[in-house]
Design a protein around this ligand. Structure first.
Ligand code: HEM
Length: 407
């Protein structure tokens, strides 16, 4: 049967079945061959994994290396001018998301204490307070308001800045640079320029913290002489980027999805206790961080196929999260579904370090937004909402919204 399935050329990444659904080609491929060969745009052969079981198994298997890229973003074959690597390249210092054990273990261990469920719980009240303050500011703006700029981006940016000890006033620099290297069609030079600018800024910041530490996470790390300035810079870079772009897009795209599913939204209004389950379901349904890359360090059996040593393997978390073999009626947004077990935070040793923080932000964000603006609605037709099909983290570029003045 498998011989009749065409091997995909390039990555079908456009969400062409609607603003929230996986590309049609990906859905068809998952049904036909959940672990499939593929051809990258440069002609190089690789593998594309779309089935839930196979994705989960792959992410738990450290024979699939994370060291397949230059450590900046996971787009080795899509960045114009970037050579196809023939073997894993050395990761940049500190960027442990692109490392394997024991390097990954050494760095991740230094951060685990700062991100425990308990530590995050202690931050919860403060995060709720920040969220409410941002909603107050939004209420004062003339309508229509862009929810991305007024709410979805500021909340996680404020939180991660405070946690790390990065001055929020400097956000123009890091928000613009983060956005820069998440653009898909960008030359290596452009990507490296954005990376260089953010790196220089963060190197100066952590060097200052090493000599005069304050009461924040980067200062705590800077006190540890085992970490070099280059490593501290890389860790700061990873946390700052991962800490605001993903959550911001979940808040904005999640709000769009809720506004497009009024019956689900009404249930959430009626029962605020539903918010934690709603957040998990929105995470599953939207999978804003979709595509990840791995590199096979030996021949590996996966889903009845043999992935040869040296292959680049592309994983679609969105496809896995919409697999009907794992979630009944997967393309329906159902806030009552117990969606835990979704793979939107990854799985295995690289599973998202900030997931508890992200959950707290999203719960506070959606709960606060719906309570404060019960009549919130789109200010433009849904078809006019600008989707981030050009970015590596999916979402909306802008979400113009309005509400009844008495809210
Ligand atoms: C790793 C998603 C929020 C920090 C990951 C991975 C995913 C992910 C899928 C696994 C990457 C891989 O296996 O290669 C998300 C989503 C978020 C979110 C969807 C929001 C809704 C955050 C936040 C932080 C964070 C708020 C804050 C610090 C990290 C770090 C890693 C990571 C440091 C690397 C972990 C490692 O390699 O051991 N995230 N993330 N993330 N995330 Fe998140």
């Amino acid at each position: 049967m498998t011989q009749t399935i065409p091997v995909p050329h390039g990555l079908p990444m456009q969400r062409n079945a609607g603003p929230f659904d996986p590309p049609r080609e990906i859905t068809a491929l998952r049904e036909a061959r959940p672990v499939s060969p593929m051809i990258f745009p440069d002609g190089h052969e690789g593998w594309l994994v779309t089935g839930y079981d196979a994705v989960r198994q792959l992410m738990a298997d450290t024979r699939f290396s994370s060291r397949q890229d230059i450590g900046v973003v996971h787009v080795p074959y899509e960045t114009p001018g970037m050579p196809a690597p023939t073997e894993p390249s050395p990761p940049l210092p500190g960027l442990f998301v692109a490392m394997d054990p024991p390097d990954h273990t050494r760095l991740r261990r230094k951060l685990i204490g700062a991100f425990t469920v308990k530590r995050m719980k202690q931050l919860e009240d403060h995060i709720i307070e920040l969220t409410e303050r941002q909603l107050d500011e939004m209420a004062r703006l003339p309508q229509p308001v862009d929810l991305v700029q007024a709410f979805a981006l500021p909340v996680p940016s404020l939180v991660i800045c405070e946690l790390l000890g990065v001055p929020y006033e400097d956000r123009a620099n890091f928000q613009a640079n983060s956005a820069q290297f998440l653009v898909k069609d960008q030359t290596l030079e452009e990507k490296m320029a954005a990376f260089g600018s953010m790196n220089a800024y963060l190197a100066e910041l952590v060097t200052h913290k090493r000599t005069s530490p304050g009461a924040d996470l980067l200062s705590d790390l800077a006190r540890d002489d085992d970490l070099s300035i280059e490593e501290l810079t890389g860790i700061a870079f990873l946390l700052l980027l991962a800490g605001h772009e993903t959550t911001a897009n979940m808040l904005a795209l999640g709000t769009f999805a809720l506004l497009e599913h009024p019956e689900q939204l009404a249930e959430l209004h009626a029962d605020p206790e539903l918010v934690p389950d709603a957040v998990e379901e929105l995470m599953r349904y939207l999978s804003v961080a979709d595509i990840f890359y791995r590199y096979a360090t030996e021949d590996i059996e996966l889903g009845g196929e043999t992935i040869p040593e040296g292959s680049t393997v592309v994983v679609s978390l969105l496809a896995a999260n919409r697999d009907p073999h794992r979630f009944a009626d997967p393309d329906t947004l159902d806030l009552h579904r117990k969606a835990r077990g979704h793979l939107s935070f990854g799985h295995g040793i690289h599973q998202c370090l900030g997931q508890q923080l992200a959950r707290i932000e999203m719960r506070a964000g959606f709960a606060g937004l719906l309570r404060r603006f019960p009549t919130l609605r789109l200010a433009v037709p849904a078809e006019e909402v600008q989707l981030r099909t050009d970015m590596n983290i999916y979402g909306v570029h802008e979400l113009p919204v309005t509400w009844t003045a008495s809210d």
